[in-house]
Design a protein around this ligand. Structure first.
Ligand code: ZN
Ligand code: ZN
Length: 467
């Protein structure tokens, strides 16, 4: 890892580097390097870097965000898990998942069929989203993780590892095999009264693939990976509270330090007022004090999501031809069906994923944006936690789309009995996509920048995102 000393020294003349530290070896101010520090990704608070023991999480004392999560033997575990995942991938995707038998007619399908049927019916955007999130991105995530952990273990492809791990980080929430698994379970519950269901080998391979994917996200310790990558050119865990600095400057921005969005490396900007916009020496990502144009992009995306939310709920989302009798149903019809048949649990899951979650995301992000606009300093920690929750639940709204895609692939009994997507599927995909992109475009540090303002007045505007 490249360590920046020298220029940073002038900034640390007034940074009593170790006075309030409870961790890390003592060093004189002139020896203080940026590797002795870390910055909270959510609120920009400068913290002393400390060694987090495996099994612990380091939390930010100001906003409670997890700054670091240490996993023992992260790289070797990731290598084993990603290799297993790659071996399971093809059978999980290509073997038939289930066979439905209705009145002597049989239909079976695999994960690939689900998106192929959507494309055949002309739902190109929905089909491509289903293909990307259930087939392409999970494969890319496993491959990238395998390449990086293999490269770190055997010291191969050293100059490509940073780019690969950056791409892995960006794809994190876009591979949705876990959501797909829940969609398979809901499809089973939806169809078990109407059809005989036979589970095929693909079903079991897919279950294992989901298990592998979840394990991979648990064992990857990004901090450790980035440390290893830098050196070549750590659930239900106890928390460590990181020591807060009592003296100014409090945040990385005030100290003239830029935190890389992708790898978390701290890089010294020339001065706080005129920071260098350059590339990260470790991962080559563009450096910005705040995500560029964050507020405008988040507003635009969240307004798009709000507009598409109405047709997504009013128009029919699914068309069922049952023995020649066509019937269309909206999201709400699907939920009411489960409640009318007494399956309240599934009804509640679909209602939460398809109606409550998108609504909560749109309203939640708008509340956060408005509070920035009006310079509100109250409940910053709660708003940050709400945003992390919105980020976490974003992908689960794809549930309904996956269920429709699966039913479309599995229930194709000629022209008399079939299930296919209807126009609201497109609007619903747009809602989920827009809210996920809005969460990516937003920079929570802008929420906390209000604390750096000298007074409550609305005339001070130190919140330029791309300063
Ligand atoms: Zn924080
Ligand atoms: Zn970086």
């Amino acid at each position: 890892m490249r360590t920046l000393i020298g220029e940073a020294g002038s900034i640390y003349m007034h940074l009593d580097s170790k006075a309030n530290s409870v961790a890390g070896p003592p060093s004189g101010p002139s020896q203080t390097s940026l590797s002795d520090l870390t910055a909270c990704p959510a609120c920009d608070l400068l913290l002393d870097a400390c060694t987090v023991p495996p099994g612990y999480r380091l939390r930010c004392p100001r906003c409670n965000t997890v700054v670091q999560r240490a996993v023992a033997d992260s790289v070797s575990k990731a290598l084993a898990i990603s290799l297993t995942g790659l071996l399971l991938y093809l059978p999980a995707m290509l073997m038939p998942i289930m066979t439905f038998s209705i009145a002597g007619m049989k239909g079976s399908g695999n994960v690939v069929d689900a998106f192929r049927v959507l494309l055949e019916k002309g739902y190109y955007i929905v089909g491509l989203m289903v293909m990307a999130t259930s087939i392409l991105f999970p494969l890319m995530k496993l491959t990238l993780l395998f390449v990086v952990s293999f490269g770190l273990t055997f010291r191969r492809f050293t100059n490509r590892l940073a780019g690969c791990f950056r791409a892995y980080g960006h794809l994190a929430e876009w591979g949705m095999v876990e959501v797909y698994m829940l969609a398979i379970l809901i499809t089973i519950i939806k169809m078990h009264k109407m059809a005989d269901i036979q589970y095929n080998i693909g079903f079991f391979c897919f279950c294992l693939l989901v298990l592998i994917t979840v394990s991979a996200s648990v064992v990857v310790d990004p901090h450790r990976f980035w440390q290893h990558i830098g050196n070549l050119s750590a659930g239900g865990l106890p928390s460590l509270m990181a020591p807060a600095r009592q003296r100014l400057p409090l945040t990385a921005r005030e100290a003239g330090i830029v935190r890389c969005h992708d790898c978390g490396l701290l890089v010294c900007a020339q001065a706080a007022s005129t920071p260098d916009i350059d590339r990260c020496p470790r991962c080559n990502a563009e450096l910005h004090m705040r995500k560029p144009d964050s507020l405008n992009r988040t507003w635009a995306l969240v307004i798009c999501a709000a507009i598409f939310f109405l047709p997504a709920n009013i128009l029919p989302i699914m068309r069922v031809d049952w023995l020649g009798v066509p019937e269309v149903s909206t999201i709400l019809d699907g939920i009411l069906y489960f409640f009318s048949t007494g399956e309240y649990g599934i009804g509640a899951i679909i209602f939460t994923a398809s109606v409550l979650v998108p609504l909560f995301k749109v309203v939640g992000i708008m509340i956060i944006l408005l509070s920035i606009h009006f310079r509100r300093r109250q409940w910053l920690e709660n708003k940050t936690a709400m945003f992390h929750f919105i980020e976490f639940i974003g992908r689960w709204s794809f549930l309904d789309i996956f269920v429709i895609a699966l039913l479309g692939a599995l229930v194709q009994f000629g022209t008399l009995t079939s299930i296919e997507a209807a126009p609201a599927a497109l609007y619903f995909t747009a809602v989920v996509l827009a809210t996920m992109l809005a969460a990516i475009a937003f920079d929570t540090r802008i929420l906390w920048d209000v604390c750096s303002e000298p007074n409550h007045g609305t005339q001070t505007v130190p919140t330029r995102e791309d300063a």
